[in-house]
Design a protein around this ligand. Structure first.
Ligand code: KDG
Ligand code: MG
Length: 402
């Protein structure tokens, strides 16, 4: 079965998504997510101009060899653009293989290690009270884990706190929005948020928080320690991670579990973090970390160091990526949790899928393949619209860490 053709589909049903569709000479096709928030067209070009010509005529079953060919053969390795493009090819090929086998993908990845996967939802609010009220709604909907983010007193806007309670979309403008940041005010409000949330929500529900890389290691150590009485499930992206030793310093000061990795692209970004047991959860996900093939390698490596997975699952990861992540999550032994942010209705219509949410868990589709498709006619109704993630500055105007 050889690859006959492949194309890139760009659509914006509320936000931009880039999807690769690979067709074989036997009529079977597969889809892969290639969305890189704020840099979508770079991946689209990488695929159309540089990858697709090399795929035509190859055996669609040779997933591992095609992965190695695209990674090693390009000479220029790693990076989000390259790895998102490779991921899209990898997802589409796994989709094809599972369709041909007549099995939902998780069956080809070793079968189910669990029936369904625990997810966390996002409770956002301008104030502590607002956030706690939204978190109570999530609890009432059956969520077992909830991420808490609230506005920082004195700051007009804060990255990670959405204006919309149902849908969170950080890529909000034709040119980057600029937010201001105040570490001291932030370090005061987050422990108060967790205290109020524990009191309102009780002991059973897991509580998470994302720092979005806005602290130094010693500040993160302090925040982790201040949150310990409220037993957070994790503290995410506490610091920037280019210097993996940052996490050693945090570890010396707190037992709050640490999660990082949504912007990682390969195992090399987290090798030291994992083998030195400096983190508890690795958040790399299918689309930005080289597809199912490479993410399985990262997870297997993490497993021997007691690090569990917590795949990124924000709205910029399309339903194609979410479907792939759920088959992966369902199969691996060291699954921890899956992030889940609802897509808009228009997105769900462009990407019909079989996965569903029930009682705090997501269930992977049981149809052969990934269990997700793209409706090309509907996709064509939503042309690409440039959108950027915001930029962060300290109040004195200095460009900040992340
Ligand atoms: O593209 C960036 C977003 O996906 C990211 O800001 C969301 O931090 C995020 C998260 O944890 O979902
Ligand atoms: Mg995050």
């Amino acid at each position: 079965m050889v690859i006959r053709s492949a194309k890139v589909i760009i659509t914006c049903p509320g936000r931009n998504f880039v999807t690769l569709k690979i067709e074989t000479n036997q009529g079977v096709y597969g889809v892969g997510d290639a969305t890189l928030n704020g840099r979508e067209l770079a991946v689209a070009s990488y695929l159309t101009d540089h990858v697709i010509p090399c795929l035509i005529g190859r055996d669609a079953h040779q997933i591992e060899d095609i992965w190695q060919y695209l990674y090693k053969g390009a000479y220029w390795r790693r990076g989000p653009v390259t790895m998102s493009a490779i991921a899209a090819v990898d997802m589409a090929l796994w989709d094809i293989k599972a369709k041909v086998a007549g099995l939902p993908l998780y069956q080809l990845l070793g079968g189910a290690s669990r029936e369904a996967v625990m997810v966390y939802g996002h409770a956002n609010g301008v104030s502590i009270e607002d956030t706690v009220n939204v978190a109570l709604d999530y609890k009432a909907q059956g969520y077992k884990a909830i991420r808490l983010q609230c506005g920082v007193p004195g700051l007009a806007s804060t990255y990670g706190v959405s204006k919309d309670k149902m849908f969170y979309e950080p890529a909000d403008a034709d040119l980057p929005t600029e937010n201001l940041w105040n570490t001291e005010a932030y370090m005061r409000v987050v422990p108060d948020l967790f205290k109020a949330a524990r009191e309102a929500l009780g002991e059973e529900v897991h509580l998470l928080h994302d720092v979005h890389h806005r602290l130094t290691p010693i500040e993160a150590g302090r925040l982790g320690r201040d949150l310990e009485p409220y037993r957070p499930f994790w503290l995410e992206d506490a610091v920037v991670a280019e210097n993996q030793d940052n996490f050693r310093l945090i570890r010396q000061h707190t037992t709050t579990p640490l999660a990082v990795g949504e912007i990682f692209n390969t195992i090399w970004d987290c090798k030291e973090l994992i083998q030195n047991q400096l983190i508890d959860y690795i958040r790399a996900t299918v689309v930005h970390a080289g597809g199912i093939t490479h993410l399985r390698r990262i997870a297997a490596f993490a497993d021997i160091y007691n690090v569990r997975t917590g795949c990124h699952g924000a709205t910029d990861l399309s339903p194609v990526c979410m479907a792939a992540a759920l088959h992966f999550d369902r199969s691996i032994p060291n699954f921890g949790i899956q992030e889940y942010m609802r897509h808009t209705e228009a997105t769900d219509e462009v990407f019909p899928h079989g996965y569903y949410f029930k009682d705090g868990l997501l269930y992977a589709s049981e149809t052969p393949g990934l269990g997700v498709d793209i409706d090309e006619e509907k996709a064509a109704q939503y042309p690409y619209k440039r959108a950027y993630l915001p930029v962060n500055r300290l109040q004195d105007g200095t460009m900040f860490n992340w």
